[in-house]
Unconditional design. Structure first.
Length: 455
């Protein structure tokens, strides 16, 4: 007997929706289930609302800046409730678009939790359906800490729906979410403590970017409590560190990482194996240990970024139902951290590149034009990493206004194999910050063991 569906997608986030839509466009009979909200984390409690909050948080300092340009502005007051209501209206609009997209593509839509019964059978919203192939795209969830008093913390899901902005907020963690929300809350007027266990925030990023971010967080008045571990939190939101220090605050926000959302999904019954950290183990083509079951996006814990999940979903649907896989790769994926100012980065860090051989390092640090008049202490840092042997630009990093927009453009050049000479013969646009990337003439230093040994 034929199956009810050619393809059943579990999870209506960025990756799942793209995969379902493309497969249906090629004529596959597609079912798709979403238990929480269409558009998933990115649209509802991630990238999109986060960026709206970042934008909101930047107006206050922008008003102050305008005085340096002759504007006579009175001190302004922010209304958190109005911001959240406006953000919610936009998210509702996007959610509806995502759902309509599924209907419009001819998919059978289930607003329900789906669970695997076996490799071809899914229980969804009280029904049992069968499918030839299954794609798991259930994403990730914030990890709740387990120290005493952890129940007094909120997680990022909650941060988007706070009824009020408390006067004091302590954020635990030094990763993407922690530093982004530190900027949001500080920009909107809260006193923010950022508590993390490393000497600098954003472990894994280029060291010069980490240092620049550290300085810029402090310039925003964020209190950095570094090399700190939480011992406990009490009901009055008093945080005790393992070294005995006590921090008093009004709200504790734990941003201590995310994990794959595979809980009670029936993976075992369907013969789908996971890695040690609970993420679904996949091959380069998103195949799992079960031949007809695939997994894409954060649930596989590869590169947990929305455009990567979309690329995986699209490529998979093309391969299974279309003209073959789309060409894309995970080597030089540009990414951004929406702090204020933001970070944009593509390619290798200095440490990664230096481990492979000698590299030339070019760094430029300057006060952006706007702040020559605004008087705000704000610096831009730009960095290029060039492989000495091939002269290929293997990494570009920037902390500064518009960094993600600038790095998005540079990532095409870097993916296309641009050399330092290609950068140098490009004429810049004046006056911009971006032109600095094509006018870096003087090498700051050489890194990489072989280079150092030879010098
Ligand atoms: P990250 O993995 O980026 O950071 C987790 C932070 O929590 C790190 O500072 C880590 O410290 C710390 N941490 C973890 N466990 C403990 C512990 N037991 N005790 C003390 N500290 C701990 O996670 P996030 O939650 O910030 O973000 C999750 C993912 O979401 C990101 O990895 C990214 O893929 C995605 N994301 C992407 C964004 C973007 O592209 N702009 C924005 C937001 C999220 P340490 O470094 O020492 O391990």
């Amino acid at each position: 007997m034929p199956h009810d569906f050619d393809l059943f997608v579990i999870g209506g986030g960025s990756g799942g929706v793209r995969c379902a839509r493309i497969a249906a466009g090629h004529g596959a009979r597609v079912g798709v289930a979403e238990e929480r909200f269409w558009g998933g984390t990115c649209v509802n409690i991630g990238c999109v609302p986060k960026k709206l909050l970042v934008m909101a948080s930047e107006y206050g300092a922008g008003l102050d800046d305008s005085r340096g340009f002759g504007w006579d502005v009175a001190p302004a007051k922010h209304n958190w409730g109005a911001l959240i209501a406006a953000k919610d209206r936009e998210i509702d609009r996007l959610q509806a678009i995502y759902k309509r997209m599924m209907d419009g593509a001819g998919c059978t839509v289930f607003d329900a939790r789906a669970k695997l019964v076996d490799a071809h059978t899914i229980s969804v919203g009280g029904k049992t359906v069968t499918a030839d192939r299954i794609v798991i795209a259930t994403g990730g969830r914030p990890t709740r800490p387990d120290f005493p008093g952890a129940e007094h913390c909120i997680i990022s899901d909650d941060a988007f729906y706070l009824p009020d902005l408390p006067p004091r907020i302590a954020i635990l963690g030094g990763g993407y979410i922690a530093v982004e929300f530190a900027g949001i809350f500080a920009g909107l007027g809260a006193k923010v403590d950022l508590i993390f266990r490393q000497p600098l925030p954003l472990r894994g990023f280029d060291e010069d970017m980490r240092t620049a971010l550290d300085e810029s967080l402090q310039a925003q008045g964020i209190n950095l409590i570094r090399e700190a571990q939480i011992a406990s939190i009490d009901a009055h939101k008093r945080i005790t560190l393992t070294d005995g220090r006590v921090i008093e605050t009004d709200l504790v926000f734990a941003a201590l990482g995310r994990h794959a959302y595979t809980q009670d999904l029936g993976l075992e019954a369907a013969g789908v194996l996971t890695k040690k950290n609970g993420a679904i183990a996949v091959d380069a083509e998103s195949g799992t240990s079960q031949a007809n079951i695939f997994a894409i996006g954060d649930v596989t814990d590869r590169l947990n970024l929305t455009p990567v999940a979309i690329a995986e979903g699209h490529s998979l649907a093309e391969r299974l139902y279309g003209a073959g896989p789309r060409k894309w790769h995970l080597d030089r994926v540009a990414t951004a951290v929406f702090t204020s100012p933001p970070i944009g980065t593509v390619g290798l860090t200095e440490a990664q590149a230096a481990a492979e051989g000698p590299v030339d390092i070019y760094i430029s640090r300057f006060t952006p034009m706007r702040h020559t008049l605004s008087g705000r202490a704000r610096k831009t840092t730009m960095k290029l990493i060039v492989d000495q042997a091939s002269q290929l630009v293997v990494g570009a990093h920037m902390l500064g206004e518009d960094a993600p927009e600038i790095i998005q453009g540079l990532s095409i050049a870097i993916n296309a194999g641009a050399t330092k000479a290609d950068f140098d013969r490009t004429v810049g646009i004046h006056p911009t910050a971006g032109e600095e990337f094509v006018t870096m003439r003087t090498r700051t230093r050489v890194a990489g063991e072989r280079a150092l040994a030879a010098e």
